[in-house]
Design a protein around this ligand. Structure first.
Ligand code: 4NP
Length: 147
């Protein structure tokens, strides 16, 4: 799960997907394309909205997306077109490029819809993002279970 800062959207996506899969057999992680918050906890508004929805994401630590992630993960979900461009700029093979998916294309195939960045907005933006990611993660799990 990749966003810009790895403190708002992708930590929520990580927590939500982890809550829906067997984490002993599926490795779920998140990272940011930017490095400003490396080592920090998720944004307190993400921690709060997760908690309101029954999830604890306060054990996560921000890290930066690295090229090795293309080796370590089968799918790389990005939140918006800017993340897509940044992650694709690090991919040097077609196989790596094919792993990168706009996450809302799971719930709305081919739409190329973006998960809005809630960082500069109010708290209700976080619940909106939570709902979008929860829906997308349901689709990911269905796909996983059908493979
Ligand atoms: P995120 O939101 O990409 O959903 O984690 C942001 C968090 C921090 C910044 C930008 C976006 N920032 O510029 O520090």
């Amino acid at each position: 799960m990749v966003c810009l800062g790895n403190i708002c959207r992708s930590p929520l996506a990580e927590g939500i997907l982890k809550s829906k899969v067997d984490i002993k057999s599926v490795c779920v992680d998140s990272a940011g394309t930017g490095g400003w918050h490396v080592g920090e906890l998720p944004d307190s508004r993400s921690i709060d909205v997760a908690r309101k929805n029954g999830l604890d994401i306060s054990d996560q630590k921000c890290r930066k997306f690295i090229k090795q992630d293309f080796e370590d993960f089968d799918w790389i979900y990005v939140m918006d077109k800017s993340n897509l461009k940044d992650v694709l700029s690090l991919a040097d093979t077609e196989e790596k490029r094919s792993k990168v998916i706009m996450i809302l294309n799971e719930s709305a195939a081919g739409s190329n819809r973006e998960v809005p960045d809630p960082y500069y907005g109010g708290d209700n933006g976080f619940q909106l993002v939570y709902g979008m990611l929860n829906d997308a993660c349901e689709h990911i799990v269905n796909r996983l279970n059908n493979e």
